[in-house]
Ligand binder design. Structure first.
Ligand code: TXA
Ligand code: MG
Length: 345
């Protein structure tokens, strides 16, 4: 029996007040929420996701006032960023207040806080006397969910309720920055808020500390993350002959291509002779496009749903191309890179 999906805010609030788990919609991805000040409830999140406790959680708040009760410092840069981008896809990492359980922060002296931009979840959080700890509502290491059904598919039997806010507008997790007492802003994870927008509001370029390697201090930065079950191969790492040979030896079953847009696919395919073009466009071969309009926002919104689709379609190997680098393209490429760093068998 799976968790019920619905829009009953009172029911969600009752469950959360009783220490239970509820999946909540946000503009980025769905979160798996529990009372963020209750260690026992928070332990339930780690168990349901199979998530190691060294990977800290984000606290979701309904106001700047509430955020201030969760951290011991609120530097001027935090005020500027919260005013400019909350509610929205930006997470602030700040020195933690004593009331935040160590399990939430994985014993780090800092806490991650954000105000999500979803009307249902904002109403829910504002009706509760505590913040909601919520990681993305997927089993650890798998692709994040961008609709209620994605959550039900994988965690339905482990949680109590799924609040249905429809599809996520942004579709990629929040941008995470740390803010020091000296107002230094450092990007820890690329995400739904592009860095140009951040720098513009601050008036100076932000520093970046993006680690592609396994680092227990910032586990969201683990190499292998956001992975579908299909192996993802970057097209640029292979010659066209190697790709054609792969098509020949494996047949078309379980093989596919992921493109940023039809335009990108066309530009790539057009450079080859007729026979090669034919081989690449043969009808049983699957082609997926992140955006029909060559738009970074649309591509971000579709990214995780498309990765899930590979698995539903039984794809074993996907050749993919990078998104153009501007706007959300960097965050999309970051997720593609992590999804593809899985060992290929
Ligand atoms: O958009 C989002 O951020 C979504 C929605 C549900 O809000 N949440 C999300 O949570 O992506 P999660 O747990 O999948 O990723 C959050 C990452 C952690 O993996 C960790 O790297 C980072 O946030 N994080 C949390 N607390 C931190 C801290 N104190 N210092 C540094 N990084 C932290
Ligand atoms: Mg996650």
């Amino acid at each position: 029996m799976g968790a019920q999906i619905g829009i009953d805010l009172n029911h969600a609030a009752e469950l959360l007040s009783g220490g239970k788990l509820v999946a909540i919609p946000t503009e980025t991805v769905y979160g798996l929420a529990a009372n963020g000040l209750d260690s026992t409830a928070v332990a339930g999140i780690f168990a349901a996701k199979n998530r190691p406790t060294f990977d800290p959680l984000i606290l979701h708040v309904g106001s700047i006032e509430q955020a201030k009760t969760l951290c011991s410092q609120w530097p001027a840069a935090a005020e500027i960023l919260a005013n400019a981008f909350w509610p929205g896809p930006l997470t602030l990492v700040l020195p933690k207040a004593p009331q935040v359980p160590d399990l939430v922060t994985s014993d780090n002296p800092t806490v991650a806080i954000r105000m999500p931009n979803n009307p249902l979840s904002l109403s829910l959080i504002r009706s509760l006397p505590f913040p909601l700890a919520a990681p993305s509502a997927n089993p650890f290491g798998y692709v994040s969910p961008t609709c209620a059904q994605h959550v039900a598919d994988q965690l339905g039997d482990r949680i109590d309720y799924i609040l249905d806010g429809g599809g996520c507008d942004i579709g990629i997790e929040s941008t995470i920055v740390s803010v020091s007492n000296e107002n230094q802003v450092t990007v820890l994870r690329l995400g739904g808020l592009d860095l140009e927008a951040l720098s513009k509001v601050l008036g100076y370029p932000v520093k970046e500390s993006l680690n592609m390697h396994s680092n227990p201090q910032a586990p969201g930065q683990l190499d292998q993350h956001y992975s579908p079950n299909s192996a993802m191969l970057h097209m640029g790492d292979f010659s066209i002959d190697a790709i054609l040979k792969d098509l020949q030896t494996r047949g078309h079953d379980g093989l596919g291509f992921l493109w940023f847009s039809p335009q990108q696919a066309q530009n790539f395919i057009e450079q080859f002779d007729g026979q090669t073009q034919q081989a690449l466009t043969d009808s049983p071969l699957k082609h997926y496009y992140l955006s029909n309009n060559h738009s970074d926002r649309e591509a971000a919104m579709n990214l995780f749903g498309t990765l899930r689709q590979f698995d539903k379609d039984g794809c074993k190997r996907i050749y993919f191309s990078w998104a153009p680098d501007g706007g959300l393209g960097r965050a999309i490429n970051d997720r593609l890179k992590r999804a593809s760093s899985k060992v290929v068998h």
